[in-house]
Design a protein around this ligand. Structure first.
Ligand code: ADP
Ligand code: MG
Length: 387
């Protein structure tokens, strides 16, 4: 059963009314470009095959009721009370779909919104760095945009998802995840300029070249994630202020010698990660366009070294995942996501996946680390209407 079938089946347990449609949106993996988003730089994520689906039925009243396979109970709110319920908080998982409804109404104030039942099912692993949050936001935003006739384009719906996550759920995230989930193209990555929000699909050619992206989810919880994230953001702002620029996006590698002179060592290394990472994203896009995916391995591995040594957001489990997959024949590997835990990705010939997977399990066992989840992800289509 796919997420679409599951969402439909769940809706049937909620209401006798027929589904007016089913919409879905995928999770994402970030190929390269880490912590560059809030520095107004570049990222290169791709949508994955695992999706979250939203099946919708109309109601005769003005209640919006959401139900997920993740939770036993439905949550319902009247549209008249939605603003107050969002402001009050405490909605837990329902804050994502209800937050999207709230943000969409705020974005299109004259829309004629009406009561709906929304049933959600997902194949995106939660908290594995694959953005199940963007998937649920994208599915619900796409669904309500059609059902309520709000007529927003995909970029505007990505913004609605971010508003929901930032202001309704209260998670301070950039817009990369939502853009990747909304705009994904099969066998391509989405090159995103986080300052202008301009995007371009960049063909990856993994299928033709026989390459796969192997994910090693270390299952290490992001213990220092929020404190570490705040600290890294503060260092980046300090670096930008020292150069009197709006964001580190405005610096290039030519500015690094001066950065070393005027910044303290820690701030300098934080800045060097961002500046070189932006350049690596641009180099990766150029290499993909000119030479194809076998040419990007060293850039991925350099990105990991920069996060480990300069940005200092890796952990031993992530380093081990990178080292082990490289030793098993990966062309490149890096931690992905915010850091302090989460997942690593490796670009690897398809025929080496089984041996690399075994090598990762063996290395983690030998180090006394928890058994990781190891699986492949495939660059896939973004948000869509399925039925
Ligand atoms: P991730 O890295 O997976 O995006 P987040 O913490 O950002 O991790 O988002 C995960 C949260 O999103 C879950 O804890 C849950 O509240 C919500 N969520 C994601 N998918 C679903 C779903 N299908 N049903 C209900 N809630 C979901
Ligand atoms: Mg998330």
């Amino acid at each position: 059963m796919t997420a679409v079938d599951d969402a439909r089946a769940l809706l049937a347990t909620l209401t006798d009314a027929p589904a007016v449609g089913v919409w879905s949106a995928p999770g994402r993996a970030n190929l390269i470009g880490e912590h560059t988003d809030y520095n107004e730089g570049f990222v290169l994520p791709f949508a994955i095959a695992q999706r979250t689906a939203a099946a919708v039925a109309l109601r005769d009243d003005d209640v919006i009721r959401v139900r997920s396979t993740f939770a036993d109970d439905a949550v319902e709110v009247s549209l008249a009370e939605l603003d107050a319920r969002i402001a009050a908080g405490g909605l837990d998982w329902a804050g994502y779909p209800l937050g999207v409804a709230w943000a969409l109404r705020a974005e299109v104030p004259d829309a004629v919104t009406r009561g709906v039942d929304i049933a959600l099912a997902s194949a995106v692993p939660v908290g594995a760095g694959l953005s199940s949050s963007a998937a649920i936001e994208g599915a619900v935003a796409s669904a309500l945009n059609d059902v309520w006739g709000t007529g927003l384009d995909k970029v505007a719906l990505a913004r609605v998802g971010r508003t929901a996550e930032n202001d309704a759920v209260g998670a301070p995230t950039g817009i990369m995840d939502q853009m990747a989930s909304m705009l994904g193209v099969t066998d391509a990555a989405t090159f995103l300029d986080c300052r202008t929000l301009q995007t371009r699909p960049v063909p990856l050619g993994f299928a033709e070249t026989g390459l796969e992206i192997l994910v090693v989810d270390t299952l290490v919880e992001h213990a220092h994630a929020s404190g570490g994230y705040r600290e890294r953001r503060a260092s980046c702002e300090k670096g930008a202020a020292a150069f009197d620029v709006r964001a580190l996006r405005d610096l290039t590698v030519d500015d690094l010698p001066r950065a070393r002179e005027i910044l303290d060592d820690v701030t300098f290394r934080r800045v060097r990660h961002i500046v070189t990472e932006n350049q690596r994203v641009l180099d990766t896009v150029a290499a993909l366009d000119l030479a194809g995916p076998s040419a990007i391995g060293d850039l991925l591995t350099a990105s990991h070294a920069s996060m480990r040594d300069d940005f200092e957001i890796s952990v031993p489990e992530l380093d081990l995942a990178v080292e082990t997959t490289l030793a098993a024949g990966a062309l490149g590997a890096r931690m992905t996501g915010g850091g302090f835990g989460g997942a690593a990705i490796a670009l690897i010939p398809a025929e080496l996946v089984p041996a690399a997977t075994d090598a990762v399990y063996a290395a983690f066992a030998a180090s006394g680390f928890r058994t990781p989840n190891v699986f492949t992800v495939t660059p896939s289509e973004g948000a869509r209407r399925d039925a």
